[in-house]
Write a protein that binds this ligand. Structure first.
Ligand SMILES: [Zn+2]
Length: 346
């Protein structure tokens, strides 16, 4: 495929007073790390690549399922049939949309051992995740490295977003000191999610990213925006006064509790999936051929370059080359650890 780099590609955006030629050039020189490539993430990636960002690192741990298609705009039925990881499938679509952008898919679970490396060269970090554990980790890393990041979340018919400019605006922990306890907050499973609110929140996030990348930090939104598209609510909550007023462990005391491993875990119940992910970091990548042979007795085992699937005890296992597994059919973390040990060892 030949890259269509004609100046016309970005002409409508460059004609906009906030971008111009200079902004477009800055955009082409910029690096973005996008954490999560699901509902918010696919909208974010699509817009950034069309806008002509230079380098986009797409990080996601998950694979595509039919129930994703209602809102995850970069995926289709072929991706489900092919059992593709989200980051990989998204990268393929994005390459067809704009081959001039360097898209780097990374299929991994974001945790404290890899976050600094994943965001180290980013000019802005965008949040497309579905859980607070990763968001606090992003917040720690961003504050530690002094990098801007844009938080976004949506569930049911509502969503919220805020932009964090470390040192200039309150961080995530200034505003939300602690994550909701397990079972306390609604999930995609209990509350569902409407695609319009996902698109709205992600669109705010992309715009914030564009402002930062094109050198317009003065335009950045400094409030917490809350929108409910079903209940017709739009709120802007003033958070600027919190900066330096709350005794924030992260940005004030510079104690990075999530990054340093004082908080967080490696086994996570997945939002709305009746599934648990068990992370197991092994030095060597798994040999799927061998693993498939070992599991043959259980019934059908299928695998490709990216993942291996099998069913046992009525649970559906999806195993990744780095040793991670998503076990479907339970949201009980302990049960999942037991199942992992039973079929995959350790
Ligand atoms: Zn803070």
């Amino acid at each position: 495929m030949t890259a269509d780099n004609s100046p016309d590609r970005y002409s409508r955006q460059m004609r906009f007073y906030g971008i111009g030629e200079d902004g477009q050039r800055r955009l082409a020189d910029s690096h973005v790390t996008l954490c999560g490539c699901g509902a918010l993430g696919t909208v974010l990636a699509n817009a950034l690549v069309r806008a002509g960002v230079g380098h986009l690192r797409l990080v996601d741990r998950d694979f595509i399922e039919t129930s994703n298609l209602q809102r995850q705009v970069l995926f289709d039925e072929h991706d489900v049939a092919e059992n593709l990881p989200k980051a990989e499938a998204a990268a393929r679509k994005l390459a067809a949309i704009n081959s001039a952008v360097h898209v780097e898919p990374v299929v991994t679970d974001i945790d404290r051992t890899n976050i600094l490396e994943l965001v180290g060269d980013a000019d802005v970090i965008l949040d497309g995740t579905d859980n607070f554990e990763v968001r606090y980790l992003i917040n720690d890393a961003a504050v530690k490295l002094g990098k801007p990041w844009v938080y976004g979340g949506s569930i049911g018919s509502h969503g919220q977003t805020m932009t964090i400019l470390p040192g200039e605006t309150p961080c995530l922990r200034c505003v939300f000191e602690a994550a909701p306890a397990p079972g306390e907050a609604a999930t995609c499973e209990t509350a569902g999610v409407l695609s319009p609110v996902v698109n709205i929140i992600a669109s705010y996030q992309v715009t914030e990213g564009l402002k930062i990348l094109t050198g317009h930090r003065e335009q950045v939104n400094r409030e917490l925006i809350f929108i409910d598209v079903w209940e017709n609510v739009y709120r802007r909550i003033k958070i600027a006064p919190l900066l330096g007023k709350v005794d924030c462990p992260c940005c004030r005391r510079r104690r990075f509790e999530w990054l340093d491993g004082e908080m967080g875990s490696h086994t996570t119940s997945l939002c709305g999936r009746n599934a648990v992910q068990v992370a197991h970091r092994s030095a060597a990548r798994l040999n799927f051929e061998e693993l498939a042979r070992n599991l043959e007795a259980l019934g059908e085992v299928s695998y490709n370059r990216f993942l291996l699937k099998f069913t046992a005890d009525g649970y559906e296992f999806t195993v990744f080359p780095d040793g991670r597994a998503i076990i479907k059919g339970t949201s009980d973390v302990e049960r999942a650890r037991t199942l992992y040990a039973k079929y995959l060892g350790h």
